[in-house]
Design a protein around this ligand. Structure first.
Ligand code: ZN
Length: 241
C-alpha cells in the first residue's frame, strides 16, 4: 500500500482513507477507515519498521462511521482514541449522524461504494467505548505534534490536523478529492455534509495554513497546497450556482 509522502502511509485504497504518520520512531493514526483495514495494519507498520506497540493514538477527524472503522479494535490494544469534543458523542454512536441525506448522487458510483463498504465491514462498526477529546487550537502531545483546527460544517466537531514537520494537513471530510456518491474527482465539499454553508465558511480557516500536502478522508492526496485546494472547492460551488 502506498507511501503518500516520507513518513506518511495510507491504508487500503483511496475510497476511504486511514493514514499512518511516523515521527521519531512512533506512530499516530489519522482516521480508522473501515474495520477491514485493521488486518492491513501490521504489514503497513512493518513497512516502516514499526509495530502496534509504537502507535501512540488514533486521532479521528470526525465521528462518522467510515472514519471510526477499526478504532475500537485499536483501543482494545491500549491505543487511545482522540476526537474533537463536539464529535465525541457521534464517535461513541450516542448521537445521530447530523448529515442530511446523501446530497447529489449517481447510481453506479453510489452502489459500488455501498457494496465496497459492506465488503469492508462498514455495516457493522464496533462502537467506541471511550474517547478523549480536544478543542480548537490544541497542539496534541503526540508524534508530529499535530495542531487542531476546528472546521465545523461536515459535522459539528470536524477537525483538521496540521503536522508542520511533515508539511501535511489532514482535513478529514472538511473537503474531499473524491465523492463516493457521484464518482467526481477533485477538491469539493464532501458528501454527507450536515451544513454545506458552514463547511465552506470553515475552509477559510485552512487556506492560510502553509502545508503543501492536503490529505482528505476520501480521494487522492492533493499536493498543491491548502490554499489552492480551498480555491478549487470554492470554484465547484461558483460554477454550480
Ligand atoms: Zn464524514
Amino acid at each position: 500500500m502506498p507511501e503518500v509522502a516520507p513518513r506518511i502511509r495510507r491504508l487500503g485504497d483511496d475510497i476511504v482513507n486511514s493514514y499512518l504518520v511516523e515521527d521519531g520512531g512512533q506512530v499516530v493514526i489519522v482516521d480508522a477507515g473501515v474495520p477491514a483495514y485493521w488486518g492491513l495494519l501490521p504489514k503497513e507498520l512493518a513497512a516502516i519498521g514499526r509495530s502496534l506497540d509504537d502507535v501512540r493514538a488514533v486521532v479521528l477527524t470526525h465521528g462518522h462511521s467510515d472514519h471510526v472503522g477499526y478504532a475500537e479494535r485499536a483501543r482494545g490494544h491500549g491505543i487511545p482514541i482522540r476526537i474533537h469534543e463536539l464529535d465525541a458523542a457521534l464517535a461513541r454512536a450516542e448521537a445521530p449522524n447530523p448529515a442530511k441525506g446523501f446530497g447529489p448522487t449517481r447510481l453506479v458510483p453510489l452502489l459500488s461504494f455501498l457494496v465496497w463498504s459492506a465488503r469492508k465491514g462498514a455495516l457493522r462498526i464496533p462502537k467506541i467505548q471511550e474517547v478523549s477529546t480536544f478543542g480548537d487550537g490544541a497542539t496534541l502531545d503526540l508524534p508530529g505534534a499535530p495542531v487542531v483546527i476546528h472546521v465545523p460544517g461536515h459535522t459539528p466537531g470536524s477537525a483538521a490536523l496540521h503536522f508542520p514537520g511533515h508539511d501535511a494537513l489532514f482535513v478529514g471530510d472538511a473537503l474531499a478529492t473524491y465523492a463516493v456518491t457521484t464518482g467526481r474527482h477533485g477538491p469539493q465539499v464532501a458528501p454527507f455534509t450536515a451544513d454545506a454553508e458552514q463547511a465552506l465558511a470553515s475552509l477559510a480557516r485552512l487556506e492560510d495554513i502553509g502545508a503543501r500536502l492536503v490529505l482528505p478522508g476520501h480521494g487522492e492526496a492533493w499536493r498543491d497546497g491548502a490554499a489552492a485546494a480551498v480555491r478549487a472547492v470554492r470554484a465547484t460551488v461558483e460554477t454550480s450556482a
